[in-house]
Design a protein around this ligand. Structure first.
Ligand code: HEC
Length: 106
């Protein structure tokens, strides 16, 4: 019984890390709408910047911190010469919610 319980706990743990919680997806969507991201990004189409699906294909969870820094600082080079504008006023934890949602789109 103990073994069954811990196996179940493990499965829940994997599910929780594998998929972004629905509440976080809603929060990410609200944060993106509240900022200027939509002016340059769409979920599945390249606009000024790469589509979020292309970003999700290129990176995994180990890149979350670097992507948070990139969104806050702006810059170019990863996708081409066109730079992303900096977003220094966004909170790290909010940008993290956005990045985790983007990476969940694969
Ligand atoms: C002025 C247009 C513009 C706006 C506004 C913008 N981006 Fe970008 N974004 C870009 C461009 C251009 C790139 C590609 C940069 C590069 O090649 O390194 C990019 C790249 C990215 C990447 C991938 C970074 C990498 O290093 O691969 C993410 C993630 C991202 N944007 C998220 C966001 C989010 C979230 C917002 C809103 C807070 C946002 N962007 C607002 C233009 C924009």
């Amino acid at each position: 019984m103990k073994l069954i319980l811990s196996t179940a706990a493990l499965a829940v743990g994997f599910a929780a890390t594998g998929a972004v919680h629905a509440a976080d997806a809603a929060k990410a969507a609200a944060l993106i709408k509240g900022s200027d991201c939509m002016a340059c990004h769409a979920e599945a189409t390249k606009l000024v910047g790469p589509s979020y699906k292309d970003v999700a294909k290129k990176y995994d969870a180990s890149h979350v911190d670097a992507l948070v820094k990139k969104i806050k600082a702006g810059g170019s080079g990863a996708w081409g010469a066109v730079p992303m504008t900096p977003h220094p006023n966004l909170k790290d934890e909010d940008v993290k919610v956005i990045v985790e949602w983007i990476l969940s789109l694969k």
